[in-house]
Design a binder for this molecule. Structure first.
Ligand code: IPE
Ligand code: IPE
Ligand code: MG
Length: 239
């Protein structure tokens, strides 16, 4: 079986999962965060090299303040656990998104986590926090425009590769497979540039229930896809 090199996940459905159990939404977030750790381990065991998860979108600030506060609290404690698991699993962490809107203590923890794991050779794990794809592109273009003003870039020479190098995901290959849990069939501003040729897999399973077996199902379906990049399928040569 062909294992995708890079899997991107929109981990959705924490709230609905909790509600169905008669529990508060924040309980769903706590269980969802535990599941992120489990899936990181399973993904690496399966041979996945890059995993990118959507933890908090630029639009998620529109949620009720107590839910946003609970999510930030969870992120704080997740960063701590992650520092330990990353040391154990040799995981390399990068946070993508606009960190400037996050509280200083969270930014410090992110810096610590990124610095401590930068030379690790295990799973490359990207966490999207205060991430929105349109925002990412705007931030990239802003820096690129400034570099043109400063004479470091030439407008007429800008190409896809140069623009890409300004994105939060620079140096990370595009996802091969994108999974969204819990039934919604949209991208919600996730990796719009990077997903240009990615295979999509949608499942009704809510994120806290998304297990190793569910990941295997997604990979199995990915294997059944006829991947093309604008060309015709390469048929094996008859000799
Ligand atoms: C995903 O679960 C986690 C975050 C967006 C932080 P949701 O909170 O979106 O759960 P539902 O979609 O409302 O069930
Ligand atoms: C997308 O989920 C963002 C994350 C998973 C962090 P949402 O639940 O916020 O997306 P919408 O609002 O249903 O599009
Ligand atoms: Mg949701």
């Amino acid at each position: 079986m062909k294992v995708p090199q890079h899997v991107a996940i929109i981990l959705d459905g924490n709230g609905r999962w909790a509600k169905a159990k008669g529990m508060p939404r924040n309980y769903g977030h706590a269980q969802g965060s535990k599941n992120v750790e489990r899936i990181c381990e399973e993904a690496w065991k399966m041979g996945i090299k890059y995993l990118t998860v959507y933890a908090f979108s630029t639009e998620n600030w529109n949620r009720p303040k107590d839910e946003v506060d609970a999510l930030m609290k969870l992120l704080r404690s997740y960063m701590k656990t992650c520092l330990k698991t990353a040391a154990k699993n040799d995981m390399k962490i990068r946070v993508i998104g606009d960190k400037s809107r996050l509280d200083q203590d969270i930014r410090d923890r992110i810096d610590e986590l990124e610095k401590a794991t930068v030379n690790n050779g295990g799973l490359s794990f990207q966490i999207a926090i205060n991430y929105g794809s349109r925002d990412e592109i705007v931030r990239a273009v802003r820096r690129l425009a400034q570099d043109c003003v400063d004479g470091k870039q030439t407008a007429s020479e800008i190409n896809e590769e140069i623009l890409e190098s300004y994105l939060d995901t620079h140096d990370i290959p595009d996802p091969d497979l994108m999974i969204r849990t819990s039934g919604e069939l949209r991208l919600s501003n996730y990796l719009l540039w990077q997903l240009a040729y990615t295979e999509f897999y949608f499942t009704d399973v809510p994120w806290p229930d998304f297990s190793k077996e569910e990941l295997e199902k997604a990979i199995l379906q990915y294997n059944a896809r006829d991947r093309r990049y604008g060309g015709v399928k390469e048929e094996p040569q008859n000799v």
